[in-house]
Design a protein around this ligand. Structure first.
Ligand SMILES: Nc1ncnc2c1ncn2[C@@H]1O[C@H](COP(=O)(O)OP(=O)(O)OP(=O)(O)O)[C@@H](O)[C@H]1O
Length: 598
């Protein structure tokens, strides 16, 4: 076996980065909330993990100044005293990856959260260091290699069924190339060796440093959409598989509801949901609701394709900082197996606030709004881990990680640093609007301020219907025109408009109310497949054409816009799923007939 990494992995299947055993035991000299300083740690490097105090709280070195190591502690430091010991581990913060991740509920540093109290708080004992993955479960290993096969990093060794719908693929660890010398099919725990490569045992679990992106063969262009099931997003502002989107919105505008709708209904194979600094009760809703829901595509329980990372507002702030790296590392791990993964982060503002708090305790020079000067670099480091890729190794496969980050700017002010910096990085901007949410127009995505940079028309025209892109452009232009006309109406009244403009106004109303509005709490309408969406747009478009031709025949505009049949547009969302095209044809015909009878 040839090792291309710097040193041999110390544990079967472990990967990436050298492991040093240090015997350093330092001593706490200063405590400032989650930031602790210690001396006597001469061999410690930046980002090494430490265990702090007699309770062995988990921490990470974030600054070294002379002989003082400064660390952020991921647990509550209440009661910690100067003089307590600090144990250096000589390792960075790792994610433990392997079968058993799906369906799990983890804290920001990937510790499984066991209990959920009645008031919605999630607890884990201080200093607890439970195994990240269950060591007792036996998984049915099905080999994909035989003795004598030559294997390279990322190559498929075999798989285990994880839940009903996911085949968890076990890949050759990074840094290992060689010939298979033993294969052990059948039940195995994650630590049992399942394959030997050049005589060295390889188990199913892998370790990977959280803050380091996992390697890929190639990055691919983003040409396939992640269908969200939300009409406004799929039609007007689609996100690509492997792309990124941000959802900025003021208090109560619907960020969490939208993130959760995407987690439930988007066409991702795997969802990693990071609840970062949000209220405990919001996460409790997720924890209670997800296990009850079925995946709309496979029928299997939704939790079986979901990993939840919970770091609520009452949990230590530094763990919040780590939580999005835990999330993205797990997302990349499933991407490497050839899956399309969606990662939701709610909210990145709370993550930024954690950075700000730690930075201020480090007494760093504050930049804009008190955030550290490296805020933009950190955000970029996160969003850059989104992508569609050709995975390493054989057989050839592609995978993707799509990131959707909620942003909660104070007072809904989009000019603040987190929104502005995220805006530069994300390909989609789904701006939530306080005025729309006050009118109970949900999702409260503002169609005039939002955008998508992904060119996905070709895919929609090919896969859904060749009239998709012309109709999308027509709908966007109609909404824009209606917005401008609304301003005239608010000043001069509807009578000031020409008859043709009043048709534009009525069509704009249909687009807003009958198409873009979509309640997440309506079982029939919470998710809308693109075929139904296209049929709905077609009908509204044809209604506009029928109204214009009635006007040309000399029919009075008031009679046209007041035609009773137009109320039927509001019932399109209730069309039976198996009969959408027939329902659309019938409604278009009825509208045309009623318009010609005027
Ligand atoms: N798509 C939707 N369909 C129906 N109702 C919605 C939708 N989105 C939001 N709402 C309503 O708005 C309320 C607030 O939504 P949500 O909690 O997601 O807001 P938020 O932006 O995450 O709030 P916060 O700033 O407090 O985190 C919900 O409880 C719900 O009543």
């Amino acid at each position: 076996m040839t090792m291309t990494g710097p040193t041999r992995p110390a544990q079967p299947g472990s990967v990436a980065g050298s492991r040093r055993v240090t015997t350093d035991t330092g001593c706490v000299v200063r405590i400032s909330g989650p930031v602790v300083s210690a001396i006597d740690l001469p061999h410690t490097r930046l980002f090494d993990v430490v265990r702090v105090g007699v309770d062995q709280l988990l921490g990470e070195v974030i600054k070294i100044e002379g002989d003082v190591a400064v660390m952020q502690v991921f647990e509550d430091t209440t009661g910690l005293q100067v003089g307590e010991p600090v144990l250096a581990t000589g390792e960075p913060l790792y994610a433990e990856l392997g079968p058993g991740l799906l369906g799990s509920i983890l804290d920001g540093t990937q510790r499984p959260l066991q209990s959920l109290s009645a008031d919605g708080d999630l607890y884990i004992a201080r200093g607890a260091d439970p195994p990240r993955l269950d060591r007792d479960v036996r998984w049915d290993f099905r080999p994909a290699v035989e003795v004598g096969d030559r294997v390279e990093p990322g190559g498929l060794l075999g798989s285990v069924p994880e839940g009903l719908a996911i085949d968890h693929r076990i890949l050759v660890p990074t840094g290992i190339t060689g010939v298979v010398t033993a294969v052990r099919p059948g039940p195995a725990t994650i630590l049992d060796p399942v394959v030997d490569i050049d005589g060295h045992p390889v188990a199913m679990t892998r370790r990977w440093p959280l803050r380091q992106a996992r390697p890929v063969a190639n990055r691919l262009p983003l040409t396939v959409p992640l269908i969200t099931g939300q009409r406004i997003l799929d039609l007007l502002f689609p996100v690509a598989r492997g792309g990124s989107a941000i959802i900025p919105g003021g208090f109560g505008t619907g960020k969490t509801v939208l993130e959760q709708a995407l987690a439930k209904f988007s066409t991702a194979d795997i969802v990693v949901y990071v609840g970062c600094g949000e209220r405990g009760n919001e996460l409790t809703e997720v924890l209670e609701e997800f296990p009850e829901l079925a995946d709309p595509r496979t029928g299997a329980p939704l939790m079986e394709r979901t990993v939840l990372i919970a770091n609520t507002s009452n949990m230590p702030v530094a763990a919040r900082e780590a939580s999005i790296y835990s999330g993205i590392t797990i997302a990349e791990y499933y991407r490497d197996q050839g899956y399309d993964v969606a990662m939701m982060a709610d909210s990145t503002s709370r993550w930024g606030e954690a950075l700000r708090e730690v930075s201020s305790r480090l007494e760093e020079m504050p930049a804009e709004d008190g955030y550290p000067a490296y805020l933009a670099t950190r955000l970029a480091g996160f969003y850059e881990r989104a992508g569609a890729v050709q995975c390493l190794g054989t057989p050839e496969r592609t995978g993707s990680v799509t990131i959707v980050g909620a942003v909660s700017p104070a007072g809904g002010d989009f000019s603040e640093p987190i929104t502005q910096n995220s805006l530069r990085l994300a390909g989609c901007f789904w701006a939530l609007d306080t005025a729309l949410s006050r009118q109970r127009h949900f999702p409260a995505v503002n169609w005039l301020r939002s955008f998508s940079q992904y060119g996905l028309d070709e895919w929609f025209d090919r896969e859904i219907g060749s009239d998709w892109s012309p109709l999308r452009r027509w709908a966007a232009a109609s909404l824009q025109d209606e917005g401008a006309l609304q301003e005239v109406v608010s000043l001069l009244g509807v009578e000031a408009l020409a008859a043709e403009q009043r048709i534009t106004l009525r069509i704009g109303q249909a687009l807003r109310e009958d198409l873009l509005q979509q309640s997440s709490f309506d079982d029939l309408d919470a998710s809308c497949p693109p075929q139904r969406l296209l049929a709905m747009v077609r009908v509204i478009h044809e209604a506009g054409a029928a109204m214009s031709s009635a006007l040309q025949r000399g029919v009075d505009i008031t009679a046209i816009t007041a035609a009773g049949v137009l109320a039927e547009l509001g019932r399109m969302r209730r069309w039976p799923a198996d009969n959408v095209d027939d329902a659309a044809t019938r409604l278009s015909r009825r509208i045309a007939e009623e318009m010609s009878s005027l």
